[in-house]
Design a protein around this ligand. Structure first.
Ligand SMILES: [Zn+2]
Length: 492
């Protein structure tokens, strides 16, 4: 029976991958592409941030169903900002324990809806084993002991002790005890290498599993290094970053007797979680939301809501603004719409979504269900100016241009919580900044609904099973389950 290795490369961009293949710079990607199926137009999840994307990837639904709104969001129950960690400053301000608890436990056990099951849970139900190498969403049927590195242990007051749930094999760098931890070189898991949340650690873990014949039926491997490089240097330097990723994939293929033998034994799926947009190099390309909303009383990071007017949750090129007082909401909306660097502004209306374009005054309203059908077979009711979301009709079907799967993805974000929310996105080349959040001037950033952040390449090699066309990451869970159902049938 063939096993499945799924490589999730953070910020994998189709144009960079294609350029690298054309120039013959990435032999492993080239090998997988030549032997398999390739799509350059796979749509990811909105907000285009790892937490919301991974949740959809593993549950097969958008945030309105799985309930993880993004990397940063406001929880009305605890009256606090939830932060699955974006940068050291946030970590310092909110406290190591709060952030670590959010990402280690709450994301999987509390925030990710119990009404949906993860791919790991469903594979276990069908009698298949699975593994998660360093992905932040990993809810499964087994419990794994947590043992943070010493400095983190001290900084969190030795309070991170509860086991975390996961599939049969779970690594989270050096944060979780794994039986093969000793086989991974020490330098892969130091303070300077994010304690093992890096490509080097992940690839060592996979190689160990392959060589010791312990590879689960399905293994999801998260490779984050490409994202860090693109944030810092910008996507124009993506070629050198991708060459490094390719070397990692070569190492994985090399752990088999040969690359051909790897494909005889394994189905490889390679994709990204989102793209990135190059940010301009002058200060004006940072949209300072603290400054824009300074006439209102916003919740500072690390504090609980009391008499505040709004809560800002900055997800780089996207932000959630939660109006807390109905009488201030209109004023907040007006202020946000006054900045032409903001691209789209969307709010809930009736049972649908009202989207406004800043500057032009144009707007569009849509709601699920109705006479119109899009290329993903979703049905919609739409009124207003279609140009706001760059939609057009072809042969009676709704098509998307700048905002792929824009209707379902925007709806998914706005209905991820049942409280008033404003979604804003930044125009290409711009990103939102606010105190304690990272800025990427002349670097790369993501989070928005725009195609630059939303399109990833998809490679499937080692199976004849085809993916739904046009492809979306939200359809990945079903595809993988079908792969296993198909295998089961083939063997009986
Ligand atoms: Zn990133």
């Amino acid at each position: 029976m063939k096993k499945v290795i799924f490589l999730l490369v953070d910020s994998l961009i189709p144009s960079i991958l294609e350029e690298c293949i054309q120039e013959k710079l990435v032999p492993a990607f080239q090998f997988l592409k030549e032997r398999g199926q390739y799509w350059s137009n796979c749509v990811t999840v909105f907000p285009t941030m790892t937490a919301s994307v991974d949740s959809s990837l593993l549950t097969g639904v958008y945030p309105n169903i799985h309930r993880v709104p993004g990397l940063i969001w406001y929880d009305p129950e605890t009256k606090e900002i939830i932060n699955y960690i974006n940068g050291w400053q946030c970590l310092w301000k909110q406290g190591m324990y709060t952030c670590a608890q959010s990402v280690l436990y709450h994301l999987n056990e509390k925030h990710l809806s119990k009404q949906v099951s993860t791919l790991f849970e469903e594979l276990a139900e069908r009698g298949f084993t699975s593994g998660s190498i360093n992905t932040i969403v990993h809810r499964g049927v087994k419990k794994h002991p947590v043992k943070p590195p010493f400095i983190i242990d001290v900084a969190t007051g030795f309070r991170l002790r509860e086991p975390v749930s996961g599939p049969d094999v779970l690594t989270l760098g050096r944060f979780v005890q794994t039986p093969f931890d000793a086989a991974i070189p020490k330098q892969c898991g130091t303070f300077y290498t994010f304690y093992g949340i890096n490509d080097d650690y992940a690839v060592h873990a996979v190689k160990k599993l392959i060589r010791s014949n312990e590879l689960p039926d399905f293994t999801l491997v998260y490779l984050p290094d490409n994202d860090h490089l693109l944030h810092r240097k910008n996507p124009d330097h993506g070629v050198s970053a991708l060459i490094q990723v390719d070397q990692r994939i070569q190492e994985i293929l090399g752990a088999f007797d040969s690359w051909d033998a790897a494909l005889e034994k394994t189905v490889f799926i390679v994709t990204g979680d989102h793209g990135q947009t190059r940010i301009g190099d002058e200060k004006q390309f940072n949209i300072d939301l603290d400054e824009l909303l300074k006439s209102f009383h916003g919740l500072p990071l690390g504090k609980k809501v009391e008499d505040h007017d709004f809560v800002l949750c900055n997800n780089e090129r996207m932000a959630y603004v939660y109006p807390l007082k109905p009488e201030k909401e209109k004023e907040i909306l007006r202020k946000l719409l006054s900045d032409a660097r903001i691209d789209l502004l969307a709010i809930k209306k009736d049972r649908g979504v009202l989207v406004k374009e800043s500057g032009s005054g144009k707007e569009i309203y849509f709601a699920p269900g109705g006479p119109l059908v899009d290329i993903y077979a979703s049905k919609w009711t739409i009124s207003g100016d279609w140009s706001v979301l760059d939609l057009y009709l072809d042969c009676g079907i709704i098509h998307y241009r700048d905002y792929p799967d824009g209707l379902a993805r925007l709806y998914g974000a706005l209905y991820s919580q049942e409280i008033p929310m404003i979604v804003i996105t930044a125009r290409p080349r711009y990103e939102f900044i606010s105190r304690y959040y990272p800025s990427h001037l002349n670097g790369g950033s993501h989070g928005s609904l725009h195609k630059y952040d939303s399109i990833v390449p998809l490679l499937v090699t080692g199976t004849k099973q085809t993916f739904l066309n046009p492809p979306r990451l939200v359809d990945m869970k079903n595809f993988i389950l079908q792969l296993f159902d198909y295998k089961e049938k083939a063997e009986t």
